[in-house]
Design a protein around this ligand. Structure first.
Ligand SMILES: Cc1cc2nc3c(=O)[nH]c(=O)nc-3n(C[C@H](O)[C@H](O)[C@H](O)COP(=O)(O)OP(=O)(O)OC[C@H]3O[C@@H](n4cnc5c(N)ncnc54)[C@H](O)[C@@H]3O)c2cc1C
Length: 464
């Protein structure tokens, strides 16, 4: 791909479009926007811009397409596959200042927000309404980044990922044109689904400037349990049994012994040190929740549990959830001199036990520290491998492990990425997963962004 380099004249024109203090080519700002939370190498943009409204985004994109300059959107840079890294340099559009919660329509269970709103802030604002926004990636993520990555999180087993929680978006296309996709109705059969096209497109088809998100009712009551098993394979099999039984947990998380050990050490939680499931149910009636927990107990007994702790109080549950959210950070901290890669695949639920066993077997052939966890109820597996930062042999082994697990997941009818997106790291699997469908994705990309200026170098295998 051939793009034009940014000149001093361009910078001056951009300062005229925005205002001088919202255009920066200072080294620290370029550094801050050169890397996300993944292992992918940094790449600095030529300038960072902070728009404050859709018209400015439109003016910037019209300018960039006229001058053939790449533009990469930036939420809070918490991606795990290099999604917002500006690999072809150019402009980064940081949505930090487009962070207004525009309207909360309690009666419709909806909120209109700008893309730079951090989802935890939205949920704090919603608390008094008894409603919440369900996608929950744990990191300090923006609504724009969550929609663009189709992010999920712990509660996706019950509420789905971003796609199931966004109704309408306003988008600026590569040429600066502004469109609305979707509707505020919960149902629609009206024409092609442009909304779904933009969700998960990682800022490669258009930039989101506003979203109407769906809100859910905060649960009246909840119950939680931690169930341990002698092996990760048995724990994964229990996940399948629980889902197959028709139970609908609000969270069903798997953590292997390494994860539990780390949580015990850092948070003094005192969980049985063997592979465990964290299970949570939401409901209205106490009796119904008790019945659901009894079923889980019975299923777990059949699956060979060696520890069942239910009736966990709010304090312990919050402590455990916090520990789970911080797991990635804890893993990184406990391996100085090593760099993490977070593998993310998803498979049909019946293939989950097999996939977990395979991931463990593949990772065990080296001495590289590894951790298996995941949003098990959605068939979503994560594996963190901690490679010695400057050891090419270890990284070659990590690449092999990564490839074999992703290819195995695809063979099971699964996907190369359950929630982190394609970014840079999963490009090489796109043809294996989509076959000739990939050509049609590329045709759509060319239609909406003929010059390829939007987040170039992502999703498509030959893009760098
Ligand atoms: C510790 C940790 C835990 C995590 N856990 C989870 C998890 O459980 N589940 C999960 O799904 N993810 C998880 N993530 C990944 C990450 O938090 C999510 O992918 C999140 O949605 C990224 O949001 P962001 O605001 O940081 O976006 P960024 O990383 O800044 O950007 C993400 C992508 O969206 C594009 N983009 C940003 N804003 C816009 C916009 N307005 N319009 C169009 N495109 C845009 C960017 O170009 C980029 O391609 C985790 C990350 C960390 C660090």
């Amino acid at each position: 791909m051939k793009f034009q380099s940014l000149t001093k004249k361009h910078i001056q024109l951009l300062k005229d479009i925005l205002s001088p203090e919202r255009v920066s080519s200072g080294q620290s700002n370029l550094d801050l926007h050169s890397i996300d939370q993944s292992h992918h190498p940094p790449s600095r943009p030529d300038a960072v811009l902070w728009p404050i409204n859709a018209q400015e985004v439109s003016d910037i994109l019209a300018f960039a397409s006229q001058e053939n300059i790449p533009v990469t959107a930036w939420g809070s840079g918490s991606s795990l596959e290099g999604n917002p890294i500006p690999v072809f340099k150019g402009l980064v559009l940081d949505f930090t200042y487009m962070n207004r919660i525009l309207q909360i329509r309690e009666k419709d269970f909806q909120a209109d927000v700008e893309p730079g709103v951090i989802y935890q802030r939205l949920n704090t604002r919603l608390k008094h309404t008894g409603l919440f926004f369900a996608p929950d990636p744990g990191a300090h993520a923006t609504i724009g980044g969550i929609i663009a990555n189709n992010a999920g999180g712990i509660r996706s087993v019950r509420y789905g990922s971003a796609r199931q929680n966004v109704l309408q978006i306003k988008v600026v296309l590569a040429n600066g044109e502004q469109i609305t996709a979707g509707s505020r109705s919960l149902k629609t059969s009206s024409g092609y689904d442009l909304l779904d096209l933009f969700v998960g497109s990682e800022g490669t088809l258009g930039l989101i400037t506003e979203a109407t998100v769906r809100l859910r009712g905060l649960p009246e009551r909840s119950v939680a349990a931690i169930v341990s098993f002698p092996s990760v394979k048995m724990a994964a099999k229990a996940v399948f049994d629980i889902i197959r039984s028709g139970l609908e947990p609000a969270a069903l998380e798997l953590m292997d012994t390494n994860c539990i050990r780390l949580i015990n050490r850092e948070d003094s939680i005192g969980i049985n040190e063997s592979p465990s499931l964290f299970i949570e149910f939401y409901g209205v009636a106490k009796a119904q929740l008790e019945q659901e927990m009894d079923m889980v107990r019975e299923i777990s007994r059949h699956a060979g549990t060696n520890g069942f702790v239910s009736g966990i109080g709010d304090r312990d549950r919050n402590a455990l959830l916090k520990a789970r959210y911080e797991l990635g950070e804890k893993i990184r901290r406990s391996h100085p001199g090593r760099t993490h890669i977070v593998l993310d695949v998803a498979v049909p639920i019946s293939s989950f036990p097999k996939t977990v066993s395979f991931a463990k077997q593949e990772s065990s052939v080296t001495d590289i520290p590894f951790y298996i966890f995941g949003h098990a109820g959605s068939g979503n597996l994560h594996l963190v491998l901690m490679g010695k930062t400057d050891d090419p042999t270890e990284w070659a082994a990590i690449d092999r492990i990564n490839e074999s697990i992703v290819e195995m997941a695809i063979r099971q009818g699964g996907t190369a990425t359950g929630e982190h997106g394609v970014g840079i790291g999963k490009k090489k699997f796109m043809f294996t997963e989509h076959g000739t469908g990939l050509k049609w994705m590329h045709n759509i990309k060319k239609l909406l962004d003929p010059q390829g200026i939007l987040n170039p170098g992502k999703i498509f295998p030959l893009s760098k």
